[in-house]
Design a protein around this ligand. Sequence first.
Ligand code: BV8
Length: 235
Amino acid sequence: MIDKSLQQLLRQTSNIVALTGAGVSAESGIPTFRDAQQGMWANFDPMELATLEGFLRQPHKVWDWYQQRREMAAKAQPNAAHLALAEWQEQLEQCLIVTQNVDGLHQRAGSLHVIELHGNLHRDRPISQQLPAEKAADLPRCPETGNVLRPDVVWFGEMLPEGAMEQALSAIEVSDLVLSIGTSAVVQPAASIPLHALENGVPVVEINPETTELSSAADWSLRGSAADVVPQLVA
Ligand code: BV8
């Protein structure tokens, strides 16, 4: 799986950026978005519910979905991929985790300074919009302002956290290697991160059991699961 040229590159690497997506948490038992559209959340369409409009239209349904995901993430354990990346962070000069995931598993595995491009499932923040009383009934509210709370995640059509992309892109420009782990490489602007590496002459390794939009452009596209392949890279 890991050819001689990649082994050699890994030996010379001291500065890595790892972009992760839902696939890195799949082996912790958390369904990916693609599974969600077929799987247990088939009636919770992320494209419909992971939007501010979806929340304002059906706040209770959206909260139910996020509450289920929050409980699932809290029960899940970081898997060998999360743990290997945290270990790499201790061994290397830099191993920056840039995640699209909101489950907090990288931090629970021990990774520090994780850039959460899409926020975090375990945090709430107040909405600025006013909901009609009947819609706002028994929704969680901010104790200070009394405003209705929403999960502190980035929904489709919303801006990413201030500076997150800039921080990720500038880290890439000084890195030796970029990993794209467990992402279908569709959602923007996160999907542009590995492409920025390629434009800057930084090698890209993809780890995914399936081919993605990135596979043909990556320098290595390793067909395997995160929990199986990532520890081999770190070894
Ligand atoms: C933005 C948080 C600027 C919430 C998420 C039209 C209208 C509006 C916007 C757009 C539009 N067209 C395009 C856009 C931009 C849009 C976008 O990219 N849409 C896509 C669908 C085309 N992006 C945005 O809206 C972003 N904001 O552009 O702002 C702006 C703002 C205002 C006005 C103008 C412009 C915000 C995007 C963030 C959305 N929030 N999450 C929540 O989690 O509930 S996105 C969410 O879905 C995830 O965070 C993740 O990013 C994405 C799913 O992607 P993946 O992580 O890759 O997961 P997926 O299931 O797809 O794939 C899993 C992969 O793992 C698979 O490849 C599978 O093979 C692999 N796998 C499976 N098992 C394993 C494995 N790999 C390894 N090991 C295994 N065991």
